[in-house]
Design a binder for this molecule. Sequence first.
Ligand code: HEC
Length: 97
Amino acid sequence: MKKTFIAASLFLAIGIIGTGCGKKEQSVEELYTSKCQGCHGATLEGTAMPKSNIAGVGSRLSVDEIKSVIVNGKGIMKGGMVTEEEAQQLAEYLKDK
Ligand code: HEC
């Protein structure tokens, strides 16, 4: 009986933590995972694709410059994959990387 109660409260606690935490962060990450990770990889270090390593991009480019690349594209990366607002969020996200 006691064990069941502990298990139930644990389950509940995990559920609350799981849904309540870092909502905005998560959505930017999801955006990156679905739209960008295919070419830039999970760690930003790129894939086999030439020049796809963008690790440390935040120390080379400003938020506006990163946003401009996302909106307008560059080389084989095409622009317009995400909305203007999402581009801003992604630029801020990458700036901190
Ligand atoms: C089709 C593959 C592809 C996809 C999808 C893609 N990229 Fe890129 N991206 C590239 C390539 C290749 C480059 C290098 C372009 C060049 O310098 O010629 C690049 C360049 C960049 C740069 C600039 C790096 C620099 O130093 O100038 C940023 C920032 C960037 N991508 C972010 C993103 C974000 C954010 C997304 C998701 C919305 C994304 N990319 C989706 C292939 C891709």
